[in-house]
Design a protein around this ligand. Sequence first.
Ligand SMILES: Nc1nc2c(ncn2[C@@H]2O[C@H](COP(=O)(O)OP(=O)(O)OP(=O)(O)O)[C@@H](O)[C@H]2O)c(=O)[nH]1
Length: 587
Amino acid sequence: MCLFAGGPLLAADREDFADMLQRADAVKSVDPAEFARLIDQLQAQPDALSGQQREHLQYLHAWRLVYTGEYAAAIPMLESLADQASDPTLQFRASVTATNVQVLATRYEGAFLQLNKLLNKLPEVTDKDARLQGMSVAADLYVLVGEYDLGIHYAEQVVKENARGRGVCRGEQIRLDTLCKTKRIKADAPAIPAAIDACLQQGESLAANGIRMTHARLLLREHRIDEAISLLERHYGEMEQTRYPRGVSEWESLLAQAYQQRGAGVNAQRMALRAVEHSVKDQFTQPLVGAYRVLFEESEKQGDIGSAIGYLKKSAAADKAYLDDVTARQLAYERVKSNTLTTKSQLEALNQENKLLQLQRELDGKAAETSRLYIALLLLVLVFIALWAYRTKRSQLHFMKLSQEDSLTGIANRPRFIQLAETVLEAARKSQQQASVVLCDLDHFKAINDRFGHAAGDHVLRQAVIACQGHLRVSDIFGRVGGEEFGIVLPGCGLEDAKQRAERLRVALSAIEPQYDGVRCSVSGSFGVTSTEESGYELRQLLAHADAALYRAKAAGRDRVMPYDGETVDAERPDPIDDELRNVGHA
Ligand SMILES: Nc1nc2c(ncn2[C@@H]2O[C@H](COP(=O)(O)OP(=O)(O)OP(=O)(O)O)[C@@H](O)[C@H]2O)c(=O)[nH]1
């Protein structure tokens, strides 16, 4: 398929682009020519790429600019990707590279600020390559400001994680360089060839040559000049192929110094000039200072004073610029560190404040909870009191009912009957209305008890009450005033009415045929009736007259109704409710 032919873009094309991007990413530091070819090809069709692919391409393009020393152009591209890239891993990688470039562009403060952000983000980054990049930058930066142990720590971390087998090469390069700087390694250390091998196996010739430079420095330090020259000459072409100007310039400066130490002035001069030529514009590095120094000394040796003075001036300027650079990065590091510490302590203060607020909130919460508990407790007590009051009232009512009720028949007992009758009669008296009183006594009740037993007698009493209730009004007062004797007050009834109603009660009584244990017995009752017209409104009088009439009914043969006939009541005749009346009167 032709990738860049016109016509609609197919999904397969996008896959090919993705493939090319991956490939470009993979070869960017090992095969600059292939990397450049792929980037150029992809850049020719920007509209054919997806948004994410365009971002990836932009990152690789910025990387290429860094590689060729165009830092000013690369930094804004990388910063924009670090802030806005849709893929978080690309975001992290862009910010790592941005940090790196800020160092190269001597923007140290920005670099250290960015480094702090990176290290904070690092624990969340899972992409192994991105982690390798982040930790490598951290190691480089710490070494740059003389924090060698920190640098070695991150370098060792890179080796340990060994992302895609590249960690050993990258981490060892930093570690060995740091050990060289701190004079903690010898030129014959076996770690050196091992690290070079690891890099070569990964195709990382730039890193392999970086380690070789470290090796050459160690050899020179140990005055093994020929070995150093041999090493540097042997791999010079390879270094040139990396097309990394900064690295090439450093290599050439080192070789120039080696030649000079050997006394090969012409070669030293030639190589130093190349180092100056390949050095990054406006970048004052130690190798550049070294190259100018070689040129000055060689010119001086040759008696070319004019050139010597010129190189001396350049050397002094480069040296000063380099020292200024060292001071600048040191200052930037200290400033960021102190700002970070200040921010940290401010954050801690804020944290403390937050903790206090949190505690306060918790206390408030507890107080609210306690209040809620108190309220719940109070409600519980109130409910308990209400329940207790309700039960007390209920039992009071129950006992009151018990005290007013006849337990056998459920109608008013004698005291209650008297109380109700008094009230009704008083009302009748006040309204000058008639009322009648009826006394009813069951006939030969003793005989029922004797013949059928006491329980049968109780049963008959209950049946008799039920029969009577069927003929009484709600306003009538009905009570049990003796063993088998009942009293009835009929408000609004004159004597005739009362006689008729008593007659209905009598008929009702004689109609019941209570059965007990299968034995049927007959019941009848005798009734004595009087009214307020005959006897007045006094209950005692009314009852006495009704009782006299009842006595007459019994005497006349029972099972009948007798009205009070005006006869004088026998004072000797025992009055069944006399005591109660006396009590009521006293109450
Ligand atoms: N079973 C039962 N008997 C009761 C109760 N109260 C009173 N008696 C009985 O009622 C009977 C009343 O008898 P008496 O006073 O001689 O009257 P009596 O047999 O009805 O005869 P007269 O009234 O003259 O017709 C007694 O035997 C009492 O024991 C009660 O609650 N239950």
